[in-house]
Design a protein around this ligand. Structure first.
Ligand SMILES: Cc1ncc(COP(=O)(O)O)c(C=O)c1O
Ligand SMILES: N[C@@H](CCCC[NH3+])C(=O)O
Length: 416
C-alpha cells in the first residue's frame, strides 16, 4: 500500500497532484510520501509489539535527510555502512545509541568516529575487523559493542547480486567458525559481545529463507549460551521484499509471527534493518517524455530520466511499473514502448516493452523508486542529480535541490 493513487485521471501523492510537482520542480524528480514512510515503519514496529525490538532503517536505501528525520521522529534506529551515512543520521537528528554499523570494510577512521559518538553496535564481518575494532577501542580507552555477522549459507532466492547469505558471498563469518571467534571476542578486554547478526539478502519474497537463517542463528545462540556467552540481541538484518509488479512478499506481521514462533521461550531483543520495505513504495521518480522515436525494431520513448538517476533496471534488469501521471483518453492508441533515457549506453532503459499511450511532453511516474533510487544515482554523462521532494498531506517540500551544473565540477582543478 502506498499513497500514490489516481484521483480521476490524475496521479496524486497524498493530496498533491504529481503534475503540480513536475510543474514546480521540473523533471526528473524524486517524490516521497511522508505518510507512506510512516505507515511502513510503524508496520514493523507494531508487528513486533511487546517483543523487545528496535527497527533500524537501512540508510543505504534512502539517505535523504528529510527521510531520515521523518523516521528518527518515529523513534527509528538506523543501520549504516559508512561514516558518511553516520554523519547523515546525526545531521538528521538520529540517536547514535540506536545506530548499528554494518558493512564488510570499515576503515579505522570510521570505527573511531562511531566509537566517539557512541553507536549501539558494530556488526563485525571478519576476524581482522574484530581485532581492529578491539585495538581502536583500547586506544580510546573504551569498550566496543559488537555482534558477529554470521553467514548461515542460506539461499535467499533473490537476484544473485543482492543475495548475501551464501557461503560463496563476501559477507559475514561462516556460521560454523563463529563459535571460536565469539570466544575470542568474549575474552577481549576492549570488546563487549552484544549480539548475533545475520542478513541474507534483499528483495526476499518468501519467509522460508528467513526462517532457515533464524533457525541457524538460534542454534548458534543456544551453543554460545551453553558456554556462558549470553548475547542480548539478535539482529536479523533487512531484506523483506516489496511488490514491484506482481510479487506477493510476506508482510511484517507474518514475518513477526513466524519469528515469535521460532523464538519460543527465548528472550532476546530483536533488531531488524529494513530498507526497501519501508522506503521502496514510498517514492516515485517523475520523468517527462522528450521524444518518441520509431526504428525498424522498436518504438522508443526517450525520457529525461536515465540510468544515472535510477540504476536498478540497468543493473539488475529490475522491473518497476511505469504509469502515466495524467491518464490518457481511453480511446488513445497504445504502443509497446522501450522507455529509455538519454545516456549513451544501450543498457540505459527504465522499462522495456511497456504498453502505453504516449505523446511527447507526457509525464510518467516510475513507481517503487523510494529505495535504491536516488541513493544509487550518479553523475554519469555529467548529468546533475535530480531534486527530491517530500509530500506531507497537501504540501510538497523540496528536500534536496536539483544539483547545479557548477556543482558537477566543484573541487576539480586543472594542472598548473
Ligand atoms: C547489512 C544490511 N542490512 C540491511 C539491508 C537492507 O536490506 P533491504 O533494503 O532489502 O531491507 C542491507 C541490504 O541488503 C544490508 O546489506
Ligand atoms: N541496491 C539493491 C539492493 C542492494 C541491497 C543492499 N545490500 C537494489 O536496488 O535492489
Amino acid at each position: 500500500m502506498d499513497h500514490f493513487n489516481y484521483e480521476g485521471d490524475q496521479l496524486v501523492a497524498e493530496q498533491v497532484p504529481l503534475s503540480a510537482i513536475a510543474d514546480r520542480f521540473g523533471t526528473p524528480c524524486y517524490v516521497y510520501s511522508r505518510a507512506t514512510l510512516t505507515r511502513h515503519w510503524r508496520a514493523f514496529d507494531e508487528a513486533l509489539g511487546a517483543q523487545a525490538h528496535l527497527i533500524c532503517f537501512a540508510v543505504k536505501a534512502n539517505s535523504n535527510l528529510a527521510v531520515l528525520d521523518v523516521l528518527a521522529r518515529l523513534g527509528a534506529g538506523f543501520d549504516i555502512v559508512s561514516v558518511g551515512e553516520l554523519e547523515r543520521v546525526l545531521a538528521a537528528g538520529g540517536d547514535p545509541a540506536k545506530v548499528i554499523f554494518s558493512g564488510v570494510g570499515k576503515r579505522a577512521d570510521e570505527i573511531r568516529r562511531a566509537l566517539e559518538v557512541g553507536i549501539r553496535c558494530f556488526n563485525v564481518e571478519s576476524e581482522p575487523e574484530l581485532l581492529r575494532i578491539g585495538e581502536i577501542a583500547g586506544a580510546l580507552g573504551c569498550l566496543a559493542p559488537v555482534s558477529l555477522r554470521v553467514n548461515p549459507d542460506v539461499d535467499a532466492q533473490s537476484h544473485p547480486y543482492i543475495s548475501t547469505g551464501l557461503k560463496e558471498n563476501k559477507f559475514g563469518i561462516d556460521i560454523q567458525s563463529a563459535d571460536a571467534l565469539y570466544r575470542q571476542a568474549a575474552r577481549h578486554p576492549h570488546l563487549r559481545v552484544l549480539g548475533i547478526d545475520c542478513h541474507i539478502g534483499s528483495q526476499l519474497t518468501s519467509l522460508g529463507p528467513f526462517l532457515d537463517a533464524i533457525d541457524r542463528v538460534l542454534a548458534l545462540a543456544d551453543r554460545l549460551a551453553a558456554e556462558g556467552i549470553e548475547v542480548e540481541h539478535l539482529d536479523l538484518g533487512g531484506g523483506l521484499g516489496i511488490r514491484y509488479t506482481n510479487e506477493m512478499p510476506p508482510l511484517p506481521d507474518a514475518y513477526a509471527a513466524a519469528l515469535a514462533e521460532r523464538l519460543g521461550e527465548r528472550r532476546y531483543e530483536i533488531i531488524l534493518e529494513p530498507g526497501r520495505s519501508i522506503a521502496g513504495n514510498a517514492g516515485v521518480l517523475l520523468t517527462r517524455v522528450e521524444y518518441l522515436k520509431r526504428t525498424p525494431a522498436h518504438q522508443f520513448a526517450i525520457v529525461d530520466a536515465a540510468m544515472n538517476d535510477l540504476l536498478r533496471p540497468a543493473l539488475y534488469d529490475a522491473e518497476q511499473e511505469i504509469v502515466p501521471v495524467c491518464r490518457p483518453d481511453p480511446d488513445a492508441p497504445t504502443d509497446l514502448f522501450e522507455i529509455v533515457g538519454p545516456v549513451c549506453e544501450t543498457g540505459d532503459f527504465l522499462g522495456r516493452q511497456r504498453r502505453l499511450a504516449l505523446a511527447e511532453g507526457d509525464l510518467l511516474a516510475v513507481r517503487s523508486s523510494g529505495a535504491y533510487g536516488f541513493s544509487m544515482s550518479s553523475n554519469y554523462n555529467s548529468r546533475p542529480r535530480a531534486p527530491e521532494v517530500m509530500v506531507d498531506g497537501d504540501q510538497a517540500y523540496l528536500v534536496r535541490s536539483r544539483e547545479s551544473v557548477d556543482a558537477l565540477f566543484a573541487g576539480e582543478r586543472r594542472l598548473p
